[in-house]
Design a protein around this ligand. Structure first.
Ligand SMILES: Cc1cc2nc3c(=O)[nH]c(=O)nc-3n(C[C@H](O)[C@H](O)[C@H](O)COP(=O)(O)OP(=O)(O)OC[C@H]3O[C@@H](n4cnc5c(N)ncnc54)[C@H](O)[C@@H]3O)c2cc1C
Length: 713
């Protein structure tokens, strides 16, 4: 019999049994009144046939719970009344666990594949949580009966928890609840209704049950800590409260917060203070983009009524300006500044030698906690022949003083797209190669299309659906061989920039030796409190993800610092609800929350309000009348689910929506807010106006029209 037939058979069997239960009104036998009226008769039967009574009782109990029929609570009381506390407790403990496990198995067999395939994406966080801490979740749910017993059985069947784990955790977790109910059953004679169970004594029992999860969480935490740290002897005293490894965006903010709350903190950096963002990332890229943009305006002079603007430039000077910008920002992240703030800055490569010790420059630092903020580096895929050419990455790009003539940019993500347009504007002949069907694949299709069209209008060759297969050097000619729809395509180049993603820095400084867990994506595994599998080793920023932005690194840093320093009292889960970002191509692409692509993938209903920047006075005056504001709202409500903005300064003007989403402000309130005329930010209000137009109360307006007509006489 195949699985489909087995499923049908089980469904038929369950439907038959449940149907019989209701058709023959068997429910009447599972009421408190009935049981009380038959208490003496049952008692006599039990006195004569002990084992038979227990076995029959167990059979019925298992059937009721396995079929998720109402009556388990009443049966538990009856068990207490009939068998007394201890026999009742043991009998019911096993019967309820076996019944629960059967219900769990049925739910898993019949529904799990369907539910996981339909809602897999939405359930990913739950699945991961259950995989890591499923036993604990179940234990808490069993201890505190806030969810009905049968709901827990069925819901757990849909998750990846193992049946054996489900069985033993249920058995142990239900002990207190079972005892309370069985004990109440022994008093059945005095109980008039189910609510009668809640006598003051029993209420205290339940209150005790309420603190059980906290208690058990503390105990579990202690067990975990012991397990992870058991083999390492803590020093008698610690040199530092916190040692932070890596002085990029995440490390700097972590150290800053620690120093601000008067902790003794060491910040170790092996290269340049400020990490990627200052030295090889956000700052240089935005400086380069600015020069490129000025050049692009020169080329668009006619659009602005200028006959010509002869712009002459030298690539090396542009790159020197980039250097200067970095130097101007440098003091913000400097060792001097952080030393002044109370952080001990140490230059050198750190190595974690135990959860309590970090070595740097031959020194051994002891610390209560460690925060790993070692960032990420450009990922270079193993394309055969790539090592024969001095390929560029975001790390070495900034040393260039000679403009690449024919440049291939490998990668259609944010970094690849920003650099593609910047170099093209600076005069390189750029071909952008992307394996996926479109560039900026995280954004909605229309955004990828709009940006690609703009790139092509600026003379960039955008090749999507092209997979880089090999790099060949023949007679000094450098060629990238790509595959596109089964065909090989040769692309000749002078320079190639690899921008296909970033790999977390997790190796070479002691994490492997210690056994710190790494995810499948190669990032540091962390829990919602940014704790690794070592309870005193935390992490933040690109090294753990899931977002790789400066502002998310800084956001996480607060949690890492506070949890590492004060986690003994209270830990905070990282709040990832409202995460914004921008790609600084022209026109800029900015986003917060959901876009249409994600809403569809996650099966979330939405309405779209859209405002074209071609309609915005300021955008028209500036010659930047391209792009749009697109707001996704909950159907029938002004609650914002997400916003995508494409246009000049999109990364700035989206700030209003970020604030709105963070603080639950809807479109009505944005519409009711005065915006300065004429600004680009007015587009936000205009989009809210579009929403309002689509939600005018038609019926009411008809009455208002009638009123006006009447007033006119
Ligand atoms: C080209 C480019 C453009 C970008 N543009 C933007 C943007 O516009 N907006 C945005 O939000 N983000 C942008 N990013 C991403 C941003 O730069 C990163 O998200 C951010 O820098 C991450 O900060 P971090 O602290 O996690 O890591 P990093 O900044 O990488 O810092 C990690 C530090 O740890 C040090 N380190 C590593 N190992 C050790 C060790 N064993 N001992 C001591 N020190 C060590 C490293 O030297 C480094 O300084 C861009 C990135 C790139 C590459």
């Amino acid at each position: 019999m195949n699985s489909k037939h087995s499923k049908l058979l089980i469904i038929a069997l369950i439907a038959g049994l449940v149907g019989a239960f209701f058709i023959f009104d068997l429910q009447q036998y599972l009421t408190l009144d009935y049981l009380k009226s038959r208490q003496d008769a049952f008692g006599r039967f039990y006195a004569e046939h002990r084992l038979l009574t227990i076995a029959s009782y167990m059979g019925i109990y298992i059937l009721v719970t396995a079929l998720s029929l109402p009556g388990a609570a009443v049966m538990t009381l009856a068990g207490g009344a009939l068998f007394g506390l201890w026999v009742g407790f043991v009998t019911i403990s096993f019967a309820s666990t076996i019944g629960a496990t059967l219900a769990f198995l049925v739910s898993r067999f019949l529904l799990r594949d369907y539910v996981q395939s339909k809602f897999g994406d939405k359930l990913r966080a739950i699945n991961d949580g259950v995989r890591n801490e499923g036993a604990f979740y179940l234990f808490s749910l069993r201890l505190v009966p806030i969810f009905p017993f049968f709901v827990i059985n069925l819901a757990m069947g849909l998750t990846p928890i193992r049946p054996l784990t489900f069985y033993w955790v249920s058995q142990v977790g239900m002990i207190p609840g079972t005892l309370v109910y069985v004990n109440a059953g022994t008093q059945l004679g005095q109980i008039e209704s189910l609510s009668g169970i809640l006598s003051p004594g029993l209420l205290i029992s339940f209150a005790l049950l309420g603190i059980f999860p906290l208690l058990s969480k503390k105990i579990l935490d202690l067990v975990k800590t012991r397990k992870a740290l058991g083999e390492f002897d803590p020093p008698e005293s610690f040199d530092y409260n916190l040692v932070v490894i890596g002085a990029g965006s995440a490390g700097l903010v972590t150290a800053y917060i620690a120093a601000a709350v008067k902790a003794k903190v060491a910040l170790i950096e092996k290269d340049k203070m400020g990490g990627d963002c200052l030295n090889t990332g956000c700052v240089p890229s935005k400086a380069l983009i600015r020069s490129a943009k000025i050049l692009s305006y020169g080329r668009r002079a006619k659009e602005y009524g200028l006959r010509q603007t002869a712009v002459d430039f030298d690539f090396a000077e542009v790159m020197e300006r980039v250097r200067k910008v970095i130097r101007t920002v440098e003091p913000h992240d400097s060792a001097e500044r952080y030393t002044g703030l109370g952080v001990e800055v140490i230059t050198g490569a750190a190595k974690i030698t135990s959860p309590y010790t970090v070595e740097v420059n031959g020194r051994r630092l002891t610390t209560r906690s460690i925060v790993v903020t070692t960032g990420a580096r450009p990922f270079v895929p193993p394309i055969p022949g790539i090592d024969q050419v001095n390929y560029l990455t975001s790390d070495n790009l900034w040393h260039l003083r000679r403009r690449p003539e024919r440049l291939i940019v490998l990668g259609g993500g944010s970094i690849g797209s920003e650099m593609t347009q910047a170099f093209a504007r600076l005069g390189s002949q750029v071909t952008q190669v992307e394996m996926a069907p479109r560039i900026l694949g995280r954004e909605d299709e229309e955004i990828s299309e709009l940006v690609q069209k703009r790139f092509e209008a600026e003379g960039i060759r955008v090749l999507t659906g092209h997979t880089a297969k090999e790099v060949r050097v023949e007679d000094g000619r450098k060629v990238l061989v790509c595959e596109h729809q089964g065909q090989k395509i040769d692309l000749e180049f002078d320079d190639i920039l690899v921008a296909v993603g970033r790999a977390a820095n997790v190796k070479g400084f002691g994490l492997e030796e210690l056994g710190v867990k790494i995810t499948r994506q190669g990032t540091l595994h962390s829990d919602p409190f940014l704790r690794t599998n070592f309870p005193n080793i935390y992490c933040a920023g690109d090294v753990t993800g899931p977002y790789q932005f400066t502002h998310t690194a800084a956001h996480q840093a607060w949690y890492a610092a506070v949890n590492a320093l004060f986690g003994t009292f209270r830990k905070f889960r990282v709040d990832y609800r409202v995460i914004p970002w921008a790609t600084f191509v022209d026109p800029e692409v900015a986003r917060v929350g959901l876009n249409e692509l994600e809403a569809r993938e996650q099966g979330i209903g939405y309405e779209v309000s859209r405002f074209e920047l071609a309609e915005l006075d300021r955008a028209i005056a500036e010659g930047e009348d391209h792009g749009f504001v697109k707001v996704l709202t909950k159907p029938g409500s002004d609650k914002i689910l997400g916003v995508s903005i494409v246009g000049s300064h999109a990364g700035d003007i989206i700030a209003e929506y970020i604030l709105a989403m963070k603080h639950g402000i809807g479109l009505n309130k944005i519409l009711g807010t005065i915006h300065i005329y004429p600004t680009l930010a007015e587009a936000n209000k205009a989009a809210a106006g579009e929403w309002k137009k689509a939600h005018v109360p038609e019926k009411l307006l008809q009455w208002v029209e009638k009123y006006h007509t009447w007033r006119r006489g």
